[in-house]
Design a protein around this ligand. Sequence first.
Ligand SMILES: C[S@@+](CC[C@H](N)C(=O)[O-])C[C@H]1O[C@@H](n2cnc3c(N)ncnc32)[C@H](O)[C@@H]1O
Length: 285
Amino acid sequence: MAWSLQRLPALSEVQFVRWSKLLEERTGIQLAHSQRTLIESQLSIRMRELGFDDYDDYYQQVCRGVSGQLEWSVLIDRIAIKETSFFRHRPSLELVRRYLQQKINNRRVDGSFDVWSVGCSTGEECWSLAMLVNDCFELASLEPYYGITGLDISLSALAKARQAQYPERKLLSVKADEMQRYLQMTSDGRFDVVSKLRDRVCFSHANIIKPGSLPAMKVDVIFCQNVLVYFRRWLRRDILNVFAERLKPGGLLVIGTGEVTDWEHPGMRRLVRDDVQAYLRDGQE
Ligand SMILES: C[S@@+](CC[C@H](N)C(=O)[O-])C[C@H]1O[C@@H](n2cnc3c(N)ncnc32)[C@H](O)[C@@H]1O
């Protein structure tokens, strides 16, 4: 049998704990024991690509200086769960629409309307936000003065997000009128996001457990779904405290329903809703 086809030995309990600790220290992502096979297969695929046949040798490589950091960024692309879709949770997105419409109606949009999609994966969440924010500006016949920033730890996910091109099967939750206005079919049957949205959306590498890696600006909306669930509860609360400080007065924070049950912040008020979990920052909108 060719060497490259040989199975690597199973990841031992001690090795699993060691790799899990490293992942959690660096990203916040906590692995369940049931994910041992997943991590074992991702590690072994990568090790085979590089010619390693020992998990511990590869561990040393990943922890070694600049080359280790580069290797880590490849590995995290393989390990992080990046599942996402357009309009994944419409009620949460519609809340952002209503929030902006109200601001526009009350003439409270002064300056740019800025949104973060944190843990944006391959971009579908950002483009969904861009569609509804753009709708609001167009409906009010206002200049589209807004910016959406997608943030993620995975460089490969961000690269796909920037391409802004998706196969039709990814667009099942996009309504016909949204398809018509915001997506264009390419010659090979895929769909490109139109340039008026691309002009308003940018993507940036960030690790949310390192607040210094987040952009320095304050924003109107922070949208963060299906990310905190991978973190320990104390870490979720710490991250939400950082988000609270990054909102403009009156800003809106939207997370996934049930992702955090025990967080309170003196400057934030939870909205009373069953289908979405969201908080408003104190202060004038
Ligand atoms: C399951 S996806 C969620 C995508 C999207 N928010 C949604 O709800 O459809 C989780 C994303 O969080 C990213 N992520 C995980 N840990 C992160 C961290 N520490 N900093 C930034 N992004 C992280 C992953 O790379 C992945 O793209």
